[in-house]
Design a protein around this ligand. Structure first.
Ligand SMILES: *[C@@H]1O[C@H](CO)[C@@H](O)[C@H](O)[C@H]1NC(C)=O
Ligand SMILES: *[C@@H]1O[C@H](CO)[C@@H](O)[C@H](O)[C@H]1NC(C)=O
Ligand SMILES: *[C@@H]1O[C@H](CO)[C@@H](O)[C@H](O)[C@H]1NC(C)=O
Ligand SMILES: *[C@@H]1O[C@H](CO)[C@@H](O)[C@H](O)[C@H]1NC(C)=O
Ligand SMILES: *[C@@H]1O[C@H](CO)[C@@H](O)[C@H](O)[C@H]1NC(C)=O
Ligand SMILES: *[C@@H]1O[C@H](CO)[C@@H](O)[C@H](O)[C@H]1NC(C)=O
Ligand SMILES: *[C@@H]1O[C@H](CO)[C@@H](O)[C@H](O)[C@H]1NC(C)=O
Ligand SMILES: *[C@@H]1O[C@H](CO)[C@@H](O)[C@H](O)[C@H]1NC(C)=O
Ligand SMILES: *[C@@H]1O[C@H](CO)[C@@H](O)[C@H](O)[C@H]1NC(C)=O
Ligand SMILES: *[C@@H]1O[C@H](CO)[C@@H](O)[C@H](O)[C@H]1NC(C)=O
Ligand SMILES: *[C@@H]1O[C@H](CO)[C@@H](O)[C@H](O)[C@H]1NC(C)=O
Ligand SMILES: *[C@@H]1O[C@H](CO)[C@@H](O)[C@H](O)[C@H]1NC(C)=O
Length: 845
């Protein structure tokens, strides 16, 4: 071996040694790094192992000498603290990319040993505390710290040494408020500047125009004031300028039109003024957002020739004149919002020419003419809103049925003609606003196929004819406004199937017939306005169960009694001369007779008033059919039907004859209690349920029974039995009423009392008090003796079953009787009934 080659050998050995020294050092650093960060994405750092070259590690790049130059662990699902101190021991490290992880903790204040770093990306993480001084990073070209939760004062001064910076992205961090940093405008290599939403205030420095390499300038969501600096027109490479949501004033500077490469301009939500004429040269614009400013003048007609314009948002300005008629005709136009201006002239016809358009929003202008036929073919359209203009003519039929449409808003124009059956195709239509136009004709039955509808406003038009009963298919409908039209015929009963309905206004039409009692079954109905129609018949008791904040039934032809629980809605019933009320002063007093189809029920129970013992064998019902006209002195002369659940040792006559003043022993919540002495000497208490109070119970149930009935197509034959309703429903109603009576007896309360709370009755009250044994005991009538309290609670349990909301869940009367028997409350015989004042119970057994 020649000395030369020996020397060479020595050197190569030396180089090798050096190499392995360096790389084993790097290895230690990396393994240390691995041990201090956790990867929630298992396996990401598996390749980082002792005894292997770090250059083969995932995310690691080495130079030709085997030194680590790049760590790229972005998007790896990492969390925990990153050991920044040791990573700077990697002396050749040029790139550290940790973006889009969940790394946390503070970044220590020393970047001194990272002097080779050119690329630092800590963006989109969960760090805390301030970002440290970094003036040693003089080679830095890319700095991404956006959305990484740094706070405090940013070391703007450090930027002075970062003269090589090409990308500076600091936005979306809650830094302390600072004036726009002058240091930035010296970074003349910058092509990307993202400083939005990081608390910058004050003016944009005029020297921003020196950053002639800038392609992207984003300084939105800040507190910037003053004008757009004139120098900005020198940024000829700019393709995106985002300055929205500041307090900028003044006009686009002269020469702004030189920024020919601009494709995205967003200056919305400022106080900019002047006209848009400078923008007419920006022919490469794809997206132009200028909403919420004070721009005035006309929209440059040149916009109509832009070939790439996709999104145009100019709403809430002071723009005048027409929309460029060619708008969108050459582009894949997507979206226009020019609402709230003073625009005139027609809607440009070709904005959906390429078939991509999603939204056309031109509300609150002074547009004229009609809707161009072309939009009837715009299958992609999701929102079509032109309310509050001066548009007229008929709506192209196809528009009603566009398959993607979510909202049609044509309100406050002069549109005429019908809503066509095409609407059945609008499967996604949620909102239909047609109010204040001259729409006419009948609503198509097909509107029931538009099943996504939630808000329908047809008010103040010239619609006529019947309201289609298919409206009941609109299960999501929450607001239906049809007032001030010419609708006639009945309000369809099917309205009771719109179970989400909260606001119903059908006022000022020519609707006739009865108010559907099904309205009472709408659980969320909040406002009901049926005023100024020709509605007749009684006010359904079912409405009592609603919790309405607005009820207006005025100016109709309603008759009968205003349900007691509704009489607090003063003024709601005016203009119905046939109505009477026992509580509303200005109304005729009601005569205490039941209507021709009312039943009076008498429950005969073995009770001691105030306390309670039930003799189940005596539970039976009497139905009294009364005629309205003939108010007989005694109950004797009425026709009775009797339904017994047990064999009885007395006759109906025994009972009926005893229901008279001298036998009265107490006035209960919803009826009086009479003493009845049977032929064999046994004494009973008989509770006579007054018709006006049973009404509210039977009717309430009756309305909750309705869904069952409507499923069977209404109340035709099955419904019209001897007692007015089907015997099945009837019995369930009786069971409910019986449950209420039991509750009254056990609690000693009336069915409706102030302490139950607004629009709550005894049933709500009892069920609210079922929390614990104690709270149940609490509601048992204090007059019930200690020894009977357990029995009372057994009865209460039966009562609760009887008052189940869904009629289907209520037991049959037969099983109620059985349950009461099983509860054995009747250990007592030979009851002595006395007046409430001196209660005595004599126990024999
Ligand atoms: C920076 O490097 C020097 C020498 O290489 C070393 O002494 C010092 O501890 C390092 N500092 C940090 C913070 O790692
Ligand atoms: C935010 O940082 C990420 C890297 O973390 C980068 O890819 C992205 O472009 C930055 N966003 C902006 C607007 O600068
Ligand atoms: C900043 O740059 C200047 C000039 O290049 C240099 O003298 C100074 O040391 C640098 N500051 C730091 C902290 O590295
Ligand atoms: C501003 O940045 C904060 C994080 O500091 C973020 O939560 C917020 O959504 C951003 N605001 C906007 C308007 O982007
Ligand atoms: C506008 O920017 C401010 C910060 O200056 C921010 O708080 C606010 O949320 C932004 N407004 C909108 C609508 O993003
Ligand atoms: C305009 O912007 C594009 C990127 O959108 C870029 O490729 C092109 O070079 C720019 N032109 C000028 C003159 O800066
Ligand atoms: C246009 O606007 C829509 C909705 O605002 C948005 O989804 C779409 O990305 C925008 N298109 C462009 C090219 O900016
Ligand atoms: C809108 O412009 C008119 C003149 O065209 C002006 O009188 C009015 O003050 C402007 N309104 C606003 C809010 O700028
Ligand atoms: C529409 O024009 C009329 C007069 O032509 C004007 O009174 C009204 O203010 C204008 N409405 C809007 C929203 O510009
Ligand atoms: C619509 O209004 C314009 C005036 O703005 C009128 O000339 C035209 O006849 C109207 N068209 C219809 C169908 O009423
Ligand atoms: C009911 O609707 C009519 C027509 O819209 C309205 O005039 C009336 O004020 C409404 N009633 C109430 C109580 O708001
Ligand atoms: C009508 O019945 C109520 C109780 O429902 C009663 O207070 C009132 O005195 C009765 N009126 C007449 C005229 O009988």
């Amino acid at each position: 071996m020649s000395p030369a080659s020996r020397i060479f050998g020595f050197f190569s050995l030396l180089v090798f040694c050096l190499f392995s020294f360096v790389s084993s050092d790097d290895l230690q650093v990396l393994l240390k790094t691995k041990s201090s960060i956790l990867d929630s994405n298992p396996g990401v750092l598996d390749s980082w192992k002792l005894n292997s070259s770090p250059c083969g590690f995932a995310g690691i790049t080495c130079d030709s000498r085997g030194s680590v130059t790049e760590i790229d662990l972005s998007h790896r699902g990492l969390y925990g603290k990153f050991p920044f101190d040791s990573v700077c021991e990697l002396q050749s490290l040029e790139k550290l990319s940790l973006g889009f992880n969940s790394l946390s903790g503070t970044v220590p204040s020393d970047w001194k040993n990272c002097t080779s770093l050119k690329y630092l990306d800590l963006g989109n993480n969960l760090f805390s505390g301030p970002f440290p001084e970094f003036s040693s990073l003089t080679q830095l070209q890319y700095l991404y710290l956006n959305s990484s939760a740094f706070s405090g004062v940013f070391p703007w001064k450090s930027l002075q040494n970062a003269t090589q910076l090409v990308v500076l992205s600091l936005g979306d961090n809650p830094f302390d408020t600072a004036p726009f940093p002058e240091e930035v405008v010296s970074l003349t290599k910058l092509s990307w500047l993202y400083l939005s939403n990081c608390s910058l205030t004050g003016k944009i420095p005029p020297a921003i125009g020196d950053l002639t390499e800038l392609q992207n300038l984003e300084i939105s969501d800040s507190g910037l004031t003053g004008e757009i600096p004139p120098g900005i027109v020198k940024l000829s490479k700019l393709w995106q300028l985002e300055i929205y949501n500041n307090s900028l004033t003044g006009k686009f500077p002269p020469g702004f039109g030189n920024l020919k490469n601009l494709t995205r301009l967003d200056a919305s939500a400022n106080s900019l003024e002047g006209d848009l004429s400078e923008l007419r040269f920006l022919t490469n614009l794809v997206s132009l957002q200028l909403f919420e400013n004070k721009f005035s003048g006309e929209i440059p007609p040149e916009f109509g020739e832009f070939k790439d314009l996709v999104n145009l948002s100019l709403y809430t300005n002071n723009l005048t004149g027409p929309l460029p008629q060619g708008l969108g005709s050459l582009a894949n136009f997507d979206f226009i919002d020019a609402s709230e201006n003073h625009l005139t002239g027609p809607i440009p016809p070709d904005m959906c020419k390429s078939g991509k358009m999603k939204a056309l929003l031109l509300l609150q202008n002074n547009l004229t003419g009609s809707i161009p036929e072309s939009y009837a073919n715009c299958l992609t359209l999701e929102r079509f809103r032109v309310s509050d203009n001066s548009l007229n003519g008929t709506v192209p039929a196809g528009l009603w049925g566009l398959p993607e449409l979510d909202i049609i808003d044509l309100a406050m124009n002069n549109f005429e003609g019908p809503v066509t059956a095409d609407i059945k195709n609008a499967k996604k239509l949620g909102t239909l606003y047609l109010g204040f136009n001259k729409f006419s004709d009948e609503l198509p039955e097909e509107i029931g196929h538009t099943e996504s509808l939630t808000k329908v406003e047809l008010n103040d038009n010239r619609f006529s004819g019947r309201i289609p009963s298919s409206i009941g298919k609109l299960k999501g409908l929450s607001s239906l406004k049809m007032q001030s039209n010419g609708f006639s015929g009945n309000i369809p009963d099917s309205i009771g199937s719109c179970s989400m309905l909260s606001d119903l206004n059908m006022a000022q039409n020519s609707l006739s017939g009865e108010i559907p009692h099904t309205l009472g079954s709408l659980p969320t109905l909040n406002a009901l306005n049926l005023s100024d129609n020709k509605l007749s018949g009684r006010i359904p008791e079912s409405l009592s169960s609603l919790k309405l904040s607005l009820l207006d039934l005025s100016n109709n032809r309603l008759s009968g009694r205003v349900p007691l629980s509704l009489s607090s809605y003063t003024g709601s019933f005016n203009g119905n001369p046939g109505l009477c009320s026992t509580t509303i002063k200005s109304f005729n007093r009601c005569i205490n007779t039941s209507g021709p189809h009312r039943d009076t029920r008498i429950f005969v129970l073995c009770i001691v008033f105030g306390s309670l013992i039930l003799l189940a064998s005596l539970v039976f019902f009497l139905y009294l059919k009364k005629s309205e006209k003939k108010e007989s002195r005694t109950l004797r002369h009425e026709s009775w039907s009797i339904k017994s659940f047990r064999r009885m040792t007395f006759t109906e006559d025994d009972i009926i004859d005893s229901i008279k003043e001298e036998n009265l022993i107490g006035r209960g919540g919803c009826g009086d209690v009479y003493r009845v002495v049977l032929g064999d000497g046994k004494e009973l208490a008989v509770k006579h349920i007054r018709s006006n109070s049973t009404d509210s119970f039977t009717q309430k149930n009756f309305s909750s029974a309705m869904p069952i009935l409507t499923e069977k197509e209404g109340r035709s034959k099955e419904f019209e039995t001897e007692y007015g309703y089907s015997s099945k429903v009837n019995e369930k109603c009786d069971v409910y009423s019986f449950g209420v009576v039991l509750m009254e007896l056990v609690t000693g309360k009336k069915p409706i009392e102030a302490e139950f709370g607004e629009s709550k009755d005894i049933v709500n009250w009892v069920s609210n008090n079922l929390k614990s044994k104690e709270s149940v005991m609490e509601i048992v009538d204090k007059k019930v003796g200690e020894m009977y309290r357990e029995d009372a609670i057994k009865i209460l349990r039966v009562a609760i079953l009887c008052t189940a909301r869904l009629p289907g869940l209520r037991p049959t009367m037969r099983s109620v009787v059985q349950m009461i028997e099983d509860a054995e409350p009747c250990r007592l015989m030979g009851i002595v009934i006395s007046k409430e004042s001196d209660l005595k119970i004599k126990e024999i057994s």
